[in-house]
Design a binder for this molecule. Structure first.
Ligand code: KG4
Ligand code: ZN
Length: 335
């Protein structure tokens, strides 16, 4: 049988990425060019700088992905691309590249929502069963997404203010840690103990999230300690913040699992790389016997194009194609 090969482009934030996936299984190549070194000098992503670097990198990353896979464009069946959400200038570069390839080589163009990509990253670890519940935790999103069947998305709850990754990055900045702060807090917290008390988060809808109160509480604590000239113990503060933030995620996930018919629970997004969250999510199996729990492989947690190629394969098979009028949608909704 003829193989289906999807080439995907992801450029929604500060990673220029191209990957090729065969038959929704085999990862033939996965190239990610990160701009972290540039943006960390500024303590966060500078959108204008990000788009310029995407322009410089995209053809190099594309050539490398084809070379690693040992394929030519003629052997690719369709071009998948992230068309939102994300930084408009960054998305635009990936979409222009995808459209140029689709037009020149006469291939179908398949638009993919960035979060659909994060969710389907789990397909590199496991076959997925439905109904499925995804806990999406990234720099821009914190959501509980329900999939009654393949590629159908319903948002059960979302953050009312900051995304969890954003909260990690802001707390890290207060502690003088480099951007992105998530991995640094993850490491620090391993050596922390229960010491600081942070307030419990309150949300109106019990499946929604809120992290700005927690973030402000950390800022207040640090400024209070500075005023009385007492040193903060960074490990203990990282520990307190992380336990509070992750506790909120797990509590809401459990509430949704209790209320909805779910066969498979998956974690998704950059914060899925967090070691403590991975531990906590694995424990859900004990509370919900019969539930299949999957966490994405470490290499597929933060932004990459392999996940877009995986979701793109399903979208391609479902006939979800776009024409060449496709444009970037920075606020694109999943459902
Ligand atoms: O999914 P992603 O790569 O980009 C977005 O779609 O936003 O997620 C990036 C976020 C950043 O906020 C980063 O600090 C966080 O994921 N992150 C982590 C860890 N690794 C990355 N947060 C906590 N612990 C980690 N180990
Ligand atoms: Zn992402």
């Amino acid at each position: 049988m003829k193989k289906t090969r999807i080439l995907a482009i992801e450029s929604s934030c500060d990673e220029t990425a191209v990957a090729i996936v065969e038959d929704g299984k085999e990862l033939l190549s996965n190239i990610v060019s990160s701009q972290i070194n540039v943006h960390s000098k500024f303590g966060g992503v500078i959108p204008e700088v990000a788009s310029r670097i995407h322009v410089e990198n995209i053809t190099v990353v594309l050539d490398e992905a084809l070379r690693k896979a040992g394929l030519t464009m003629e052997e690719i069946d369709a071009i998948a691309v992230t068309h939102g959400p994300g930084l408009v200038g960054s998305l635009h570069i990936g979409i222009q590249a995808a459209k140029a390839l689709a037009w020149y080589y006469g291939k179908p163009l398949v638009p993919v929502h960035h979060i659909a990509g994060h969710i389907y990253a789990n397909r590199f670890a496991d076959d997925l069963k439905y109904p499925l519940l995804a806990l999406v935790v990234s720099g821009g999103h914190t959501e509980l997404v329900y999939l009654k069947s393949e590629y159908s998305f319903e948002i059960l709850g979302t953050t009312q203010d900051d995304a969890i990754g954003e909260a990690y990055d802001k707390v890290a900045r207060v502690l003088g840690l480099p951007y992105p702060g998530g991995p640094a807090i993850d490491q620090l917290a391993k050596n922390g103990v229960k010491h600081y008390r942070l307030p419990k988060v309150k949300t109106e809808n019990d499946l929604d999230f809120s992290f700005s109160g927690l973030k402000s509480a950390v800022l207040q604590l640090v400024s209070k300690q500075t005023k009385i000239k007492e040193d903060i113990i960074p490990e203990d503060l990282a520990y307190a913040f992380q336990e509070a933030a992750l506790g909120e995620l797990i509590q809401k996930a459990k509430a949704a699992l209790t209320r909805f018919d779910v066969k498979h629970f998956v974690l998704a997004g950059g914060v899925a790389a967090n070691s403590r969250l991975r531990e906590k999510v694995n424990l859900l199996k004990d509370d919900f016997p019969g539930l299949t729990v999957t966490i994405p492989p470490m290499w597929c947690c933060t932004d990459n194009a392999a996940m877009i190629a995986m979701a793109g394969t399903l979208a391609y098979r479902a006939g979800l194609h776009a024409d060449l009028s496709l444009s970037a949608d920075p606020g694109l909704e999943l459902a």
